[in-house]
Design a protein around this ligand. Structure first.
Ligand code: LLP
Length: 424
């Protein structure tokens, strides 16, 4: 259902823009986002969860134009740093719909959150005490949720499973009610709810239902202690379909799995908390492709095609062995004739973006499109090996606009100084 991607005269189009033209005019590597697809993805969540607040997980994509679209479409924000807080405030996301998350916040982070007046997700008993002190010093009161470790296995890549007992995130489930009680007594703190996030790229709704059940158990324990639970945040994590012949649950499937669990238990308890979700990947991933130019085709042990984007531009394949589907943007109607391993320009053997892909016979100058690159794509890009970071464009119908300039080499020098004693 990637109807924002089509083929016309052997060229790949995103909405009504020819990807070959984009590559020629803006250069490669290039991140290209379909505004229509982005808006559709958000609206799908609104339809599935009409009563929930949806907080976009900014770590997935921190581009201001994309955050602006999310704000226009009524999303809040899940932020993990003071930097992300500045971005979402600039994009106009209302403070009442921002949750400052994180397992390792500094005093500066707490001050930034308190001064902006956003809610804070508290990840440990120790953080609670630090935050209370800081809030009192500022004569302010922190509205907090507790990040709970629900001990649920999400069946995903181990590096992105976050809700297991062994993960660094959250307060162990059995401690939460006691911590909540302590928070109610603390001056400077107002506990208003519970938060969890079990992992990312989760392709089965059962773990979400299980986590919702655990959250309800914990809520019951908190309510029994006299706690007010006004907000329940189930985090993000809904997976997407990276492999063309795979399937992924939709927001409506997620709703079917979790809403009955929450509604039934809350009715039993006589409470009606605000539900919150924190989707990242399922909002942006498939809205965006990454275009990269072919530099070299080498026939060796295998056929290597070396492109101008490596793990500096798209880190996911190297970090998580993740699959991104690849199309030849200027040979979009040609049959796969050869099997290629696609590698980048970085000086490491692990700089492999894709293995064993059937593609048309490629030559220098061709353009490849990596699909589903909108989540954790640019946001994890680096300047490793002296590579300035790529540009980003936003496409709407037959127009496109640059939403981030390509860095030039001066970006590599930014912030650096040479001590004067070395300058002789
Ligand atoms: N909320 C919290 C507290 C999170 O830690 C995350 C993601 C999300 C929401 C959004 O999850 P999503 O809906 O995007 O799955 N770099 C990895 C993914 C790391 C996810 C980190 N936390 C990747 O490229 O697969």
């Amino acid at each position: 259902s990637k109807d924002h991607l089509t083929t016309i005269d052997n060229h790949l189009y995103i909405e009504d823009v020819d990807c070959c033209r984009l590559a020629a005019e803006e250069g490669t590597p290039l991140y290209v986002t379909s505004e229509r697809r982005l808006r559709e993805n958000i609206r799908r969540y609104h339809r599935a969860f009409p009563d929930a607040e949806k907080y976009f997980a900014v770590k997935a994509n921190g581009n201001l134009a994309i955050l602006q679209v999310a704000a226009q479409e009524g999303m809040g924000a899940d932020i993990f740093s003071a930097g992300e807080l500045s971005l979402v405030r600039l994009a106009g996301i209302p403070r009442d719909m921002i949750l400052f998350n994180g397992n390792s916040k500094s005093e500066k982070d707490h001050i930034a959150a308190l001064q902006a007046g956003v809610r804070i997700s508290v990840d440990s008993n120790e953080e609670l005490e630090h935050l209370a002190r800081t809030a009192r010093n500022l004569d302010s009161e922190a509205e907090i949720l507790f990040r709970v470790n629900p001990n649920v296995s999400p069946k995903t890549h181990p590096k992105i499973a976050t809700g297991l007992r062994s993960s660094k995130f959250g307060i162990p489930a059995e401690q939460v009610a006691g911590t909540y009680k302590r928070a109610m007594e603390l001056e400077g703190i107002k506990p208003v709810g519970l938060h969890c996030h079990i992992g990312s790229q989760i392709l089965d709704t059962a773990p979400f239902a299980e986590a919702a059940g655990r959250m309800m158990d914990i809520t019951r324990a908190v309510v029994a202690e006299g706690g007010n639970v006004e907000r329940i945040d189930l985090g993000g994590g809904l997976g997407i379909q990276y492999q063309p012949d795979s399937t992924a649950p939709l927001p409506s499937d997620l709703a079917k799995a979790v809403l009955p669990v929450i509604q039934d238990s809350c009715r039993d308890m006589g409470i009606f908390p605000q539900l919150i979700l924190e989707p990242g990947r399922s909002i942006v991933a498939d809205s965006t492709i990454m275009l990269t130019g072919v530099n070299v085709v080498k026939r060796a042990h295998v056929n290597f095609v070396a492109v101008d984007a490596g793990f500096n531009v798209l880190a996911r394949p190297m970090l998580y062995d993740s699959y991104h589907h690849v199309l030849a943007a200027n040979r979009a109607e040609e049959q796969g004739e050869e099997t290629y391993t696609i590698v980048g320009p970085i000086c490491e053997t692990g700089d492999v973006l894709a293995r064993d892909r059937r593609l048309p016979r490629l030559v220098r100058g061709d353009t490849l499109a990596f699909l589903d690159a909108g989540a954790y794509g640019f946001s994890m890009a680096s300047q490793y090996n002296g590579q300035p970071r790529p540009a980003e464009v936003l496409v709407s119908e037959d127009r496109w606009e640059l939403i981030r300039h390509r860095e030039d080499e001066s970006a590599l020098l930014a912030g650096q100084t040479i001590p004067s004693r070395l300058m002789w």
